[in-house]
Design a protein around this ligand. Sequence first.
Ligand code: PAF
Length: 289
Amino acid sequence: MHVFHHIESVRKALQQARSESKRIAFVPTMGNLHEGHLALVRQAQQAADVVIVSIFVNRLQFGLNEDWDKYPRTLEQDIAKLEAVNCDMLFYPEEQEIYPNGMDEQTRVVVPTMTDVLCGASRPDHFEGVTTVVSKLFNIVQPDVAVFGLKDFQQLAVVRRMAEDLCMPVEIQAAPIAREDDGLARSSRNRYISEDERPRATVLYQSLKWLKAEVDGGNLAFRELEQEAKARIEAQGFRVDYLKLCEAHSLEPAAEDDAELCVLGAMYTSAARLIDNIAFSRALTEQEL
Ligand code: PAF
């Protein structure tokens, strides 16, 4: 696998691939790779001839009291994992390479809808940091396809909107959520869940599943279902950030006549904030159509 630290050298290598009419797929990450990321790489390999992963812990998307400096940096292990799945290229830039004029003076990319609800409500400016860095990375890599995990459902929706609004010539693909055997969604932050909390941490996914089953069974009291699902999580000793049933494209609170839905949740363990979601369709009855 070729590892690049500089924009100029990665561009040159990608230019070469493009001149050989190769399709390029891109998987942006912040490193500390686990099976979920490797599944994104495998999906990218199905979609293109050359796969490039980036590892960049983007300070711009972390809040002042968030864990940017604590975020695990595991480059050697990450390289070994990427090599084991035959990834072609890794882009691993220094902060100076991405933000040469400093972050305060960086031009920003802002998606005005969907970004101040759910994760955006408790992480102001987070999505602005994400869309700014993703658009820079897209400009550097110029991929035909980019693969994002469905676990960050809101991020995927926001990136899709950005690409659409700014006419970016890239196909955004979604990859399914990778889960542990007991259902916990894989995340770099799972390492902060204590041993004592770990068996109970599945309550987030269990509660989302419960809510979906209720809706599938015809229960349309959405706001009450959200309250009940929240209570189930709190009963296991966790603080809930949000638990909402949304229309899947707009991320507005779901209405009874919405067919494409997503139930999203975020909760705090003692040292981690975990997110999860389930996207699903609901067949509307004749009266609802
Ligand atoms: O999902 C992530 O790891 C990050 O938000 C991303 C997309 C790599 C941007 O920094």
